[in-house]
Design a protein around this ligand. Structure first.
Ligand code: 5AD
Ligand code: SF4
Length: 446
């Protein structure tokens, strides 16, 4: 039997990128490669990259310098750059980073075997063609680094919202939805192999629309119907498209998790307009009110950008005020990073100083820390159903899992194992984690 060559794949950026790396893993496994976690034994290194902020790109560049070392030790080693940076920089990246042999954009992964052949023949190989219809629907992802309990399912690709600060519409192309049948079948297969949670992924899942007219609410309902023991999550929602229909479907199925990620970006109407977000503060607050009334107990998280073009102290205060009002359970918070080619780069000045950006980011992070702590404190004394994902990092005697609200809970193991559900009473917390104890013993202890 021919021995398989070894692929080491490293992923940066969003969950979509991690999901894409699994598709790449599958394509390469069909082409006589196997994946390895040991970079030193790799014949091929892929780095799946992110362009969303300048520091994401800088991190990848630094990593590429380290790969040089491996190339010196193994001259036949091939290095490929995949994903958003490949798409944004195209052949320019090869000119700047001589160690790179292959460049592949997010819609061209089926072409990888051919590109590799070219690279093995000593040529530089590149494919950054974006597609109007590629969804990799028929490719069964190789579940890299999986805990065997929770998995991502990519349901759509691309983005056409053109938020003025964002590079994604340029790196990931037009919006397209994957055939619902293939999504439901993938979720059934995962459940049958022991998975207990799927996260439906897309840049804007609420605008999912298949050729047969299935919308996101109906799709998530079909996945929820597979089995009440299969949890369903989704990411990410654009506030402008969060429908009442979806909230009502969520309310009807307890296995659709009580957690919504609703990126607000800013609490200031002036900023939202410049950002081309297509909603205002009032409308966003209305969405939260709808969530609170239709889905009581639903957790809420968000993304915030601070220091966008011309942001004043008042705009910043508006963001802090909205955060307090929404009482987010969790937030991802970023300094604005101007991206080449975006609308903001062309139309607006990146005129907030680094010091002011840092100061505002600190204030936002400090506030969120307090909000997260308060939210966790309110859970102490309550009991939650926890899906166990793994043994706790610090001690093999404890398990780690998550509530429907997406909060991490650590508790003594007893006879439970990853993949089990446990009723856990919360006894203590920090701003990041809940601690508790299982209140009902597993069946075999009764
Ligand atoms: N600068 C800083 N943050 C950004 N994001 C997107 N583009 C930028 C940028 N140019 C943030 C947004 C988005 C999250 C994925 O990344 O908050 O929701
Ligand atoms: Fe980064 Fe956006 Fe590309 Fe994801 S889609 S890898 S967040 S630039």
């Amino acid at each position: 039997m021919e021995t398989r060559r070894k692929l080491f794949i490293e992923t940066y950026g969003c969950q979509m990128n991690f999901s894409d790396s699994q598709i790449v893993g599958s394509i390469m496994t069909d082409n006589n490669f196997e994946t390895t976690n040991n970079i030193a034994e790799a014949d091929l290194i892929f780095v799946n990259t992110c362009s969303i902020r300048d520091n994401a790109e800088k991190r990848v560049r630094a990593r590429l310098q380290e790969y040089k070392r491996y190339k010196k030790l193994k001259p036949g080693l091939i290095i490929g750059v995949l994903g958003c940076m490949a798409e944004r920089l195209k052949s320019q990246l090869m000119e700047e980073e001589k160690m790179v042999d292959v460049i592949v954009g997010p819609d061209a992964y089926r072409d990888l075997p051919r590109l590799l052949e070219l690279a093995e023949g000593g040529q530089k190989a590149i494919n950054v063609i974006l597609s109007a219809d590629e969804t990799y629907a028929d490719i069964n992802p190789v579940r890299l680094d999986s805990n065997g309990v929770s998995a991502f399912i990519s349901i759509m690709r691309g983005c056409e919202n053109f938020c003025s600060y964002c590079v994604v519409p340029f790196t990931r192309g037009k919006e397209r939805s994957r055939d619902p049948e293939t999504i439901v079948n993938e979720a059934i297969d995962l459940f049958n192999t022991g998975y207990r949670e799927v996260t439906l992924l897309g840049q804007n899942v609420n605008s999912y629309k298949s050729d047969d007219g299935t919308g996101f609410a109906r799709l998530i309902e079909r996945v929820a119907l597979i089995n009440p023991k299969l949890r369903v999550r989704f990411a990410t929602s654009h506030p402008k498209d969060l429908s009442e229909e979806l909230l009502k479907i969520m309310a009807a199925y307890p296995n659709i998790c009580r957690s919504i990620h609703l990126p607000v970006q800013s609490g200031s109407d002036r900023m939202l307009k410049l950002m081309n977000r297509k909603y205002d503060r009032q409308w966003y607050m209305g969405r939260i009110e709808a969530i609170r009334s239709i889905l009581p107990g639903c957790a809420l998280s968000t993304d915030i950008i601070t220091g966008f073009s011309s942001e004043s102290e008042q705009d910043h205060q508006d963001t802090l005020g909205l955060m307090k009002w929404a009482a987010y359970d969790y937030a991802f918070m970023f300094k604005y990073s101007e991206r080449p080619g975006t609308i903001a780069e062309k139309k607006y000045k990146d005129d907030i100083s680094e010091e002011v950006k840092s100061q505002r980011l600190k204030e936002i992070i400090d506030l969120q820390q307090e909000l997260s702590y308060r939210s966790n404190l309110a859970d102490v004394g309550k009991t939650f159903e926890v899906l166990i994902e793994s043994f706790s990092k610090k001690s093999g005697k404890e398990l780690s899992g998550r509530t429907s609200q997406n909060k991490v809970v650590v508790f003594p193991k007893q006879d439970f194992k990853p993949g089990d559900y446990a009723e856990v009473k919360i006894t203590a917390c920090t701003s990041a984690t809940l601690r508790g104890e299982a209140v009902i013993k597993p069946l075999n202890l009764l």
